[in-house]
Each structure stands twice: as structure tokens, then as C-alpha cells.
Write a protein that binds this ligand. Sequence first.
Ligand SMILES: NC(=O)c1ccc[n+]([C@@H]2O[C@H](COP(=O)([O-])OP(=O)(O)OC[C@H]3O[C@@H](n4cnc5c(N)ncnc54)[C@H](O)[C@@H]3O)[C@@H](O)[C@H]2O)c1
Length: 444
Amino acid sequence: MRISVIGTGYVGLVSGACFAEIGHDCVCVDVDASKVERINRGEPPIHENGLEALLKKHVGTRLHASTDLRAAVLGSDITFIAVGTPFDGTRIDLSFIREAARQIGVALRDKAGYHVVVVKSTVVPGTTDEVVLTELEKASGKRAGADFGVGMNPEFLTEGVAVDDFMRPDRIVLGGIDARTIDTQRKVYASFAETPTLATNNKTAEMIKYTSNSVLATMISFSNEIGNLCSALGGVDVADVMQGVHMARYFTTMMPNGERVKAPISSFLWAGCGYGGSCLPKDTKALSAHGAAHGAPMPLIDAVIETNLKQPARMLAKLQAQFPSLQGVRVTVLGLAFKEDTDDMRESPAIPIVRMLAEQGAVVTAYDPIATDAARPLLPDTVTFAGSLAAAVDGAQAVMLITRWEEFQQLPALLNGRAEAPWVIDGRRVLAPEAFARYDGIGR
Ligand SMILES: NC(=O)c1ccc[n+]([C@@H]2O[C@H](COP(=O)([O-])OP(=O)(O)OC[C@H]3O[C@@H](n4cnc5c(N)ncnc54)[C@H](O)[C@@H]3O)[C@@H](O)[C@H]2O)c1
């Protein structure tokens, strides 16, 4: 099929490259000309495992980037909208969605045949039918249903493993105003015929995405609340508590050979220094605001958000228990991205943690295997960025682990044998406490 994708961020570019991989012709459109140039040179503007290889393979043949939205729409059968939907402090900001829909509508005015427009961005329930469809009809002068279809296909990819998630989906959700819209989307995903696919209306598709993200955020904040109680009680470690919880058959399947297989969901039932990224923080806030605006306040989601906002300060409290004054204390922060395997800094808990450390007068060194360039503009000027893990921890009085990078498992080898062992504060509970002379962590 001939596909156009509007927006070449994490979702748009990964989707476009994967559409090319499964045999479609795809044009990825962005207003940012520098991104478009980079993509057309085969260079991904973001770090995502496997993305560069796909660009090298398909750019110039099945995959092109362009700033010309009109030409992309006119030259394709289906257009996916993958622009940003930030939270503006009060509610979801739909200005990028509205503008993309308007521009697609203007192009459709001159299109002879039937076309399908699908929202892939995360948008609050009602947006596709009430905002996107309306803008398309207004700008095109045509009728949804008769002249074009309008669908909603939420994206469930996880940053860092987005290409793999796309190529091996666990589910495909297809919303649409009618059967023709759904059938056109089915053709796009024909290579994944074995994947469970749910066809529904647009509002349900939108709600599925918010519910999926909200349940994950809820499990994280729940675990953090349990961890904070463990810390306050003493003599009980949340890591042991959660291991005991995971052993329940809802979370761990016992195989016929006696082997226990943990369900991936249990990784969200684990205490830490808080969730971040481009989705969970903004989507929980947008859902709560949408609920309140529709007479259905969401106090549980509000508490999830509140617990998460307070979690970075718990890391500071752990450090201050060892260093009552942080003035002049040499603190190394390990991991800046909101999660491992990505350079995405959006809403990373590292940002408030580093800012609080700097405000308290700590001498901060930071290290991340790949997110340093993205982090630099977001952190205070006083922070020193190390080029390697060994250099980062050299001379540190305290080491705070914020991101679960595999590389950080080398810490015991790097720190042990020092005359004065630094304090290790584990914000993700991924290190073995007994491997360190001085160790504390969230929920301990
Ligand atoms: N990042 C994720 O892990 C993830 C996962 C699932 C869903 N989502 C959702 O997908 C959407 C996009 O997220 P993202 O992280 O890819 O965003 P992003 O901010 O990385 O990228 C959005 C891109 O759209 C471009 N853009 C904006 N308006 C445009 C227009 N009119 N024409 C062409 N290009 C335009 C921007 O320049 C930018 O490059 C959001 O709604 C997000 O919630 C994100």
C-alpha cells in the first residue's frame, strides 16, 4: 500500500520504517526540515534499537521523508497522524493534531479517490470523531464515510525496543467510523494476521490506549507507596515483598516442567524513583483532566500522579540520611534517560533529582551511555558530564542509580576495594545490596 505518516518522532518514524519493512511504500512527513534531511541520509534523529538498520535498508526505495504534506497525502491511500499531544498544564494540547488534520483536509479537497485518515497519536476519547473528523470535513469540503474514512489506531510501542514491538505486536487495535475504514487498516497490517486484532469504534480505541497506560502508572505508584512504607517501618525490604507478591499464580505461571515464568507485568509492580517518559506522566494527567471535565473525577489517578511527583525527593531524603548537608558532597548520578535503551529525557526523574542536588550545593557528576546530549540543556550548568562509567564514579562520595542500564551492574567491580566506599543509593532496586559496603535503596 501507499502510506503517508505525519510526524517523524518516536512513533511516526518507527511506524514509517516498519511499514517499509513489511513491504509498503511510505512517506514520512515532518515540519522540521532538519529531521527530514537526516532521515533521507539514513540517519535516525532519535536513538532506537534497530531503527538505523531499517533506514539504511529502505530510505530511497520504499521509504522517503518530506516536508510536503500535501504531496504525501495525494500520493498515498492512507495517512497516519503521529504528531505530539502534550499536556498544557490544564488539559491535552490538541493544536498539533488539529493543524495536521486541517492540512490533510486541504490536500483531500484535490484528491479524486477515497482516502483513509488514521490517528495514531494518543488522544483523549472523542477527539478523532469530534476534532479530527470535523477538521477534515471543514478543510476538504467532503463527507466522512462517503469520501474518506477516519480511524484510530493507538500505538503501544515501548521506547528503546520500539522496532521490535512494532514488528512483533501483542495486539492491534483498529478504530474506525465504518467497516471500510477498518478494512483499509487491516490491509496495512496484513503481515500480522496472527496477531490478536480488536476492531472497534474510535472512542473505544482511544480509551484502550489511556487505560493501558493508566494501569501501568497505577501499578508503579502503588509499588512506590508500598516501598515508602517499607522504608518507614524498617526491617522489611520492598524488593523481598514484591518478590513474594510476584510468586502468586496471577503473576507467575508454573510450567509443566516446574519452571516458573514471570509475567512481564510484574516489572511494573516494583518500587523505584518514579515513572517518566513522554507517555505515562502526560497521559495520566490528560485522562484525569478529561474525566473531571466530563463530570467523572478520577481520584485514584490523581493519587497515582501525586505519588509519582513526590518520588524523586525520596532519593534526596535517602542521601540526606547519610549526608545531613549536601554542600560540597561529590555525588554521581547514573542514568539520565527516563528508561534504559533510549535517549529520551522527557519527564525523566533524573531532571528533578539533579536539580535538587545542585540546589543543595552537591558537586554533581552525571553519566548516561547515550542520553548526555539530550540531557545537557535540561540540567544545571554546574553539572559535569562524564564520558564513561569508570570516570563518573571516580572520587564520588555517593552514587545514585536512576536508570536501569545493564552497564551499571559493573558497579561492585568499580567501587569495591576503595579506601572509603561511596554510598550507593539504588533508585531502581536492580543492584545486589550485599555487593556494596554502603547501600541504600528505595523501599529499604
Ligand atoms: N513516544 C512513545 O513512546 C509513544 C508511544 C505510544 C504513543 N505515543 C503517542 O504518539 C504521539 C507522538 O509521540 P512522539 O513521542 O512520537 O512525539 P514527538 O514529539 O517525538 O514527534 C512528533 C513529531 O511531529 C512533528 N509535527 C508536529 N506537527 C506537525 C505537522 N503539522 N506536520 C508534520 N509534522 C508535525 C514534530 O515536528 C515532531 O517531529 C503522541 O500522541 C504520543 O502520546 C508515544
